[in-house]
Design a protein around this ligand. Sequence first.
Ligand code: DGJ
Length: 562
Amino acid sequence: MRNRTHILIRTACLLCALWWLSAPAKATVKLVSGTTGAHIEINGQPMLLLGGELSNSAATSVADIQEVFPRMQALGLNTLLVPLQWDLTEPSEGRFDFTLLDTTVKAARECSMKVVFLWFGAWKNSMSCYAPAWFKADVKRFPRAVTAEGKPLEIASAFSEQVFRADSAAFTAVMRHIKDIDATQNTVVMMQIENEIGMLESARDHSTSAEKAYKKTVPSALLHSMGLKKKGSWADVFGQSDSGDEIFMAWHYAKYVERLAKTARAIHDIPLYVNAAMNSRGRKPGEYPSAGPLAHLMPVWKTAAPSVDLMAPDIYDTGFKNWAKQYATPNNPLFIPESRCCSNSGARALYVFGAYDAVGFSPFAIDNAAADAKPEIQKSYAALREAAPLLLSNKQGKAQKSWGVLFDQTDKDTLIADGETMLQCAHYFTLPWDPRATNGSTWREGGAIIKKLAEKDYLIIGSGVVITFLTNSEWEQKKPASQLGEDGFATAGSQQRAAEKQTKRFKGKRLGLASVEEVSVNDDGTTSRVRSFCGDETHQGRHVRISVDDYKVLRVKLYEYQ
Ligand code: DGJ
C-alpha cells in the first residue's frame, strides 16, 4: 500500500514537472528606469516605443483594424495606441464582447507590432461619452457631476461608488481577458487608464456625494506631499478657490484611478499610465479639463495613485519643449502618447529620445497623417530603429551621455558643453544658402539626438541640423565672425571683416573632424560605414550637417590640433 502511494506521488510530481516544462513561459513587461529615463522591457529586452495613436473611431470594426495595422507597419511604427471603448466592450451589463480586442492583438502580431490599449471607460476628454447606453440612461444609479448652479454634466461623478464599480467591473474583465490571451506573448505592452480625465464647465463636482467629501478632512498623506502644515476640511486648507477645487478633484480622480490600477496589476502586471490635456492658453480650472494628471498636480497624483507608472502629456499646443520638460522628472519618465501629427513630428521624436531618454513618442490620429507628415515620421522612426541598439545601451550598463536638440525659426541654436568640447548646434537653415531658409516659408523643425560613444566620438541621429565642434578655449576666443557662404567665401566685405579681426594672439587647441561617416548600427552596438562624408558635405571639414527633409545616422570622430 505504502509502495503504491509512493508511486502515485512520484508520478504526480513527474507530471507536474512535465507540465511546468512544456507550459509556455510567462513573459514580463516592465517599465525599467535607467540613469536618464526609462524604457519598456519585454523579457529583459528594452525597446523604444515608436508609436502612433489611432483617431478615436478608427478601430471600431474588424475590417477597420485589419486595414489599419499593415498601413501603420509600413509607416515604421513598432507600437500602435488603440482605443478600447467601454460601450462596445460591454454593450449590455455584464455581457462582454472582446471581438475588437482580440482582432487588434491578432493584427498586431501579424504585423510584428505591439499595442497600448486606451481604456475609454468612465471618462474620455472629461466626458462620459464612451460609457454604455445602459449606464448613461440610469442616472439614478450612476450619478453625474453637477455644477455649482446644479446643472448635471455628461461627466460621471467620481464620488459615486456605483460608477466606480461599473467601470471597474468592465476594466477588470478587460485585464482578465488580456491575461488569458496574452500572458505568454505580451503583445499588449501598456494600458492607458481612462482618457484626459478632468472637470469642465465647473472646477469641482457639486453632486451630493461630492459635497460630503468636500467637507471631510484633507488626508494627511496629501498635506505631507505638498509640505502643508494646516489641517482641516478642503475649504479650510485650500480656501474656496478654483485652484483648491482642482486639488480636491485631482485627489479624488487619482484615488479612483489608483483603485483601477491596483486591480489591474493584481490580474496582469503590465505598465499603466494616465494622460492629460495641457492647461494651456491661460485658462483657469474648469475652463480646461482640470484636475487631470497635470504637471502642477503631480504631487497629488503621485501620492494618490502610486500604482500608476507614469503621467503622460498630450502635446498639441505651441511650446513642445516646455511641455515635455515638465513631465520628464526623476519620478516620472517621459512618454508622449499624443502629439500633433505634422511635418515636425519626425524631429520631435528625435528630440524626446535624445533629451529625455523617453519611453516613447506617438503622434495622434496617425491613421489620417497628412502627406507631408508621413515621410517625416517614417524616416525618423527608421533612423531611430537603426540606432536603437546604441540608444538603449544605457540600460545595459554602459553609461554614455546623450542630448536632444530641437529648433524652429525663433529658437534657432544652442550650445552644448561636454567637458572641454563645445557643440555649437543650430537649425540647418541658419546656413543661408538653402533657398527655403529665406523664401518666407515657415521653417520645418530640425532635431537631433547627440550621443557620446567615447571621447571625441559622437553619434548623431538627426534632421535639419548643423553642428560645429570647438574646444572650450576656441569658443571663448570666438569673435562673432562673418558667415561663410557655401563656397567658403566670406559673405561680408573687407570693411566688416577688418572690424571683426582677431586682435589678440590665439591660445590653445582647436578641434577638427577626423572622420564623419553615415553608419548603420549592428545589433551588438558596433557601427558599419554606409558612406564617408567630407568635402562639400562637411563644408570642407568645418561642420557636420543634415539637411531639412533628410534623416541620417552619423558617427563623428574628432581630433585636436594646435
Ligand atoms: C485629445 C484626446 O485625448 C484624443 O482622444 C482626441 O480627442 C484629441 N484630443 C483630438 O485632438
